[in-house]
Structure formats: C-alpha cells, structure tokens
Design a binder for this molecule. Sequence first.
Ligand SMILES: Nc1nc(=O)c2c([nH]1)NC[C@@H]1CN(c3ccc(C(=O)N[C@@H](CCC(=O)O)C(=O)O)cc3)C=[N+]21
Length: 297
Amino acid sequence: MSTTARILDGKATAAQIKAELTERVAALHERGVRPGLGTVLVGDDPGSRSYVEGKHRDCAEVGITSVRRDLPGTISQEELEAVLDELNDDDATTGYIVQLPLPAHIDTHTILERIAPAKDADGLHPTNLGRLVLNVDRGMESPLPCTPHGIVELLERHGIALAGLDVLVVGRGVTVGRSLGLLLTRRQINATVTLAHTGTTDLAAHLQRADVVVAAAGSAHMIGAEHLKPGVIVLDVGVSRVEDPQTGKARLTGDVDPAAAEVAAWLSPNPGGVGPMTRAMLLANVVDAAERQSSRG
Ligand SMILES: Nc1nc(=O)c2c([nH]1)NC[C@@H]1CN(c3ccc(C(=O)N[C@@H](CCC(=O)O)C(=O)O)cc3)C=[N+]21
C-alpha cells in the first residue's frame, strides 16, 4: 500500500510566525524600542551573499531594521574582531550574526566568542550553547540555535509531540545535529535521541528503527524511501548544491529522496521546510532580545 506523507509546511508556518513577530515589533515601536539585526558577511561567496540578502528581506517584512557589514575576504582577524566590538557597543543593533563559513585564515571559534552573548542572534555563542547544555530555561533568557528551534516549532505547530519517540539525528554539526540532540532530550520534549555521524557503522539499522529522522548531513539524497520505517516523521535539513541532469544548472537539494513521501507519515520538504523556519527563528531571537533588553530598562 502506498501512502503520501503530510507536509510539514515550513513556508506557511514561518509566515504565521512572522505575522506574530510583526505585532510584537509594532508593540516595541510604540514603546520607542526599535529592534535591529546586524549581519556580518566576509568575502563574496554568492551563496552566503544570497542568504544574507534573504535575512534583510525578512527583517523588512516584520519591521526589524537591519544593518549590513560586508567585509573583504582579505580582512584580518584583528580587523574583524574590531567590527564585532563596534556592533557589541552599537545600541541600534539588538542582535547580529556572523555569516558562516568564514575564510580559512580566520579563527571561527574566537570570532563567535567575541559576540556579546546578549546580542548573539544565532544562539551559537559558547555561553548560550552552554546554557542549552545546562538546561537554563527560565523564560526566554538566552537565544536558542535557529535551526533546532525552528524544527521544534515546526513540529509543535503541526500538533506533533515527540515524547517517548526514538529520534535519529543524522549529522553532528554544532548548528544543527549536536544542539538539536540537547534540545529534544529536554524534559519538556522528552524524545530519545540517537546522534549518527560519518563514523556510524550501521546507519541503515538506525534508520529502520527510528520514529523520527532528522537528516542534517549535507549529502544529497543519501536517505531513500527504502531506508525508512513506514509512518516515520522525516525532517530534511541538509542543503547540497547539485547539477540538474536535465538543465545542467546548479540547484539546491536535501538529504532525503522525495520518494520518502511514499512511506513517511510526515515530511518536511526541502526547500520549503526547515530553511524558512531557521530564518523565522533568527527574527524571533532578535525580537526576544529586544523585549528582554527593553524590560531591563
Ligand atoms: N551564522 C550563520 N547562521 C546561519 O543560520 C547560517 C549560516 N551562518 N550559514 C549558512 C547556513 C545556511 N542557512 C540557511 C537558512 C535558510 C535557508 C532557506 O530558507 N532555504 C530555503 C530556500 C532558499 C533558496 O532557494 O535559496 C528553503 O529551504 O526553502 C537555507 C539555509 C543558514 N545558515
């Protein structure tokens, strides 16, 4: 029997979240608070540039002001740190991000640590990741990493609870896999998480068992319908650039073969799934930070 998965519609859900954020931004404006996002882009990679441009469009949509710092790929570590120090001291910047990846001559860890934790819109500062590990969870005191938070919101807003389910996360990158495992094992979510990676010996066995698969490996169509348990919930996070065999043009594709829709109960498409949620959560981090900063007075 063949089925067709229901769609975890990230595009529509992100639009709904953006509508909610627009109201919160308007309320802040009424109190004289203007949330602002800064982006720091180093070098001229077209993919990174287009992501950054998308973030500025998103900000404009919800009323967040945004400032761009586009810097040459030849910038030194010290010069880049000086730009971050400026943004840390700039009252018009509620939060900011440093677009990754950075050029090889830049020490990424030192740069991410230079961001003032209260201004860390990506939730990737060691202080904020540390709070995630420690389960510091009183209200909205620190930002969560955008993609893991987007995945949790996407599931919640489709009425899907993960308590007691076996979740297989494929990929141990800090921005997605590793931090998602920490979030999903919180008591409020209560999933059981397996974190698979390039050193995993029998990925197929893990895939056969999983109730939920989060594919964040960045390997085009590595997971096919035949790998999955019928009724599984699948979130496709990976992004790879592949050449379209018909047109010869480069296009973006996920880690999961779209044929997975024939066995899965739910599937987040890629594009149109987790990507737009990641962007919405970035905006949410900025609005959360503006609300925190203004209530502290
Ligand atoms: N400091 C930092 N923070 C990031 O959050 C960050 C980063 N660096 N470096 C690169 C990755 C990648 N990333 C994406 C976000 C949204 C989509 C997205 O919305 N994609 C659309 C398609 C967009 C298109 O077609 O170009 C979709 O999935 O529907 C994709 C990729 C954030 N990243």
